[in-house]
Design a binder for this molecule. Sequence first.
Ligand code: ATP
Length: 270
Amino acid sequence: SKAKLFDEKTDTKTSFKDVAGLEGAKEEVQEIVDFLKYPEKYTSLGGKIPKGALLVGPPGTGKTLLAKAVAGEAKVPFFSLSGSDFVEMFVGVGASRVRDLFKQAKEKSPSIIFIDEIDAIGRARGKNNFSGSNDERENTLNQLLTEMDGFGTNTNVIVLAATNRADVLDSALMRAGRFDRQIYVDLPDVRERKEIFEVHLRPLKKEESLDIDFLAKQTPGFSGADIANVCNEAALIAARKGKKAVNKQDFLDAVDRIIGGLEKKNKIIT
Ligand code: ATP
């Protein structure tokens, strides 16, 4: 069951059109798309293409989506793994997974490696994390640093990593030639929430009169993932009532349900 430690996908379906809002972040990752597509253009004057960038922001804001869209736009394979997969790993396994991952990504270059929840492996070394598996985590982190340093300038593999805790990361990760770029992926404002609703309303049968501005205003603090959830819940609520189209009330009921869920989650954390 622990066999699947990284996924390889050539995902040409996800594009920047699927990522609503996040204009600044999209602009920054557009550059990465160009590095992957036209490496010679960038190295022709002796410059080095960056090896990694860190996507930093709260849960559900579209970091994974954005990384997939980079691969989709550049039409390159997307290799991904999650830092949390390493938490219960046997000694020596983490480092060898990292080695395998980079080996495969290099063989298929140009390519993207995406490491979700990098904080699970990338916490500052030497700080007690009470898990008892510190050594293994450090080995995994050291292997990651070694792999990134081992890239030649023309390897053409770019490593994107996501975290919502950039503050706990080992500063070695952020050193030049590693994750030396940070891209902020924030919670959406009201205008961005409207754009996210538009993306997730596309597949739904909804009433003509549905006011998307109203929905955006009713959802302060919601992430893109929460909004995707609201749209899906609303469709299910309407279907359960035997309706032919989703209406405003279904959305309001869905919003209430999601808020209820979020409150429960927060209670467990604190
Ligand atoms: P986490 O930190 O929890 O891993 P994340 O930032 O990687 O979260 P995603 O997994 O990319 O978030 O987002 C989950 C889902 O929420 C996406 O697949 C998408 O359906 C929706 N979503 C999030 N942000 C956006 C956005 N900006 N535009 C459109 N959809 C979004």
